[in-house]
Design a protein. Structure first.
Length: 359
């Protein structure tokens, strides 16, 4: 016997329904109810109203700002999503999404205030979406910002049934006189904060290397035998908001660069003034995942540095590295000395007088 969902002519009046066209309004409403507690858990000073309205309201004065400048970012997590979908590791990719946005806010001296997400799929599976958005809520808690809304789009014909896509949008604020970078000069120290692994960049190359290696996603990771390859590579991007804000509020931070696609050579110059270079003359320990990627893919050291973070998730410019290091370590960060700012000619650049051992 054919059900109404199977037969597009079986609806009342022999007309089509939205569900028969592939969109389940009931599932969307169920998801909203499922994520309301997640959103409530991220509430912070300044949030007005609750999830479910046509827009989100935020009171900057209520958040403690006197003369604020708004800072906004948007990002995704790239083809790391493909690994999440294929392996079923869905609980942390939302953390990645938040991290990619809020880490870009904080390097400008801004405190993240609120976050919105866009979740698009071919067929809405409520539990899949709830797990992903649960990770987004966890990322917001780590960053101290509120999840105030978003959009869930069910688009049959645009995505395969189990596929989905993510985008994130973050808004922060800084007092007008506290924006970064500021007063970077030769002699300042360059230090790094350790990454948690690959983070969320370079996964198109990662996936090619994994395929060529013949190591299955469920197999022990060759560089971390206590966990699977998938779990090791899906370690979420670290969120550096709270330690960087603490460093900035202590007056110790001159500039910061989130090390994403482009690596150190592509990101650190973005926060340096013309006529200066970052001279990196202290090699740092290379995490085993990057040594494995180098060896398994035959990737040259220069290419590794241009594609991946290579163990440095955030690069900072400070004038007092001893005090900065002590504060950051008290915040739970692993701090790596990298080098210093030197006088240069023309546009800012990164010069490697030393680099990690890629094996």
């Amino acid at each position: 016997m054919t059900s109404a969902d199977d037969d597009p002519t079986a609806a009342a009046g022999n007309g089509l329904t939205y569900r028969q066209a592939g969109v389940d309004i009931d599932a969307g409403e169920a998801l909203v109810e499922a994520i309301k507690p997640l959103a409530r858990s991220t509430l912070r000073a300044g949030v007005m109203g609750s999830l479910g309205g046509f827009g989100a309201l935020f009171d900057l004065k209520g958040a403690g700002f006197a003369d604020p400048v708004l800072v906004s970012t948007t990002d995704g997590v790239g083809t790391k999503l493909r690994v999440a979908i294929e392996t079923g590791i869905l609980d942390t990719v939302g953390i990645d999404l938040v991290a990619m946005c809020v880490n870009d806010l904080v390097v400008q001296g801004a405190e993240p205030l609120f976050f919105l997400d866009y979740f698009a799929t071919g067929r809405l599976a409520v539990e899949q979406a709830r797990r992903v958005i649960g990770g987004i809520a966890q990322g917001c808690l780590q960053a101290g910002c509120a999840l105030v809304g978003g959009e869930t789009a069910e688009m049959p014909g645009m995505y395969a049934a189990d596929d989905f896509d993510l985008a994130g949008f973050a808004v922060g604020a800084a007092e007008r006189g506290q924006l970064l970078p500021r007063a970077v000069a030769p002699g300042d120290a360059v230090i790094g904060l350790a990454s948690a692994g690959v983070h969320s960049n370079g996964f198109s190359l990662v996936r090619r290397i994994v395929e060529a290696s013949g190591v299955g996603w469920d197999a022990p990771a060759p560089f971390a035998a206590e966990t699977s390859l998938a779990a090791a590579l899906m370690a979420p991007t670290r969120i550096y908001v709270k330690p960087l804000l603490a460093l900035h509020r202590a007056g110790l931070l001159k500039a910061a660069a989130h090390i994403t696609g482009g690596g150190l050579p592509g990101n650190l110059p973005r926060v340096l003034p013309e006529g200066t270079d970052a001279l990196l003359d202290q090699p740092w320990p290379l995490p085993p995942v990057f040594r494995w990627l180098t060896a398994s893919g035959g990737v040259a050291a220069d290419e590794m540095l241009r594609v991946f973070n290579c163990g440095i998730g955030m690069a900072l410019v400070v004038s007092d590295p001893e005090r900065a290091e002590a504060l950051l370590q008290a915040e739970g960060e692993k701090v790596l000395r990298l080098g210093h700012i030197a006088a240069g000619a023309g546009p800012a650049s990164v010069r490697f007088d030393a680099m990690p051992n890629f094996g």
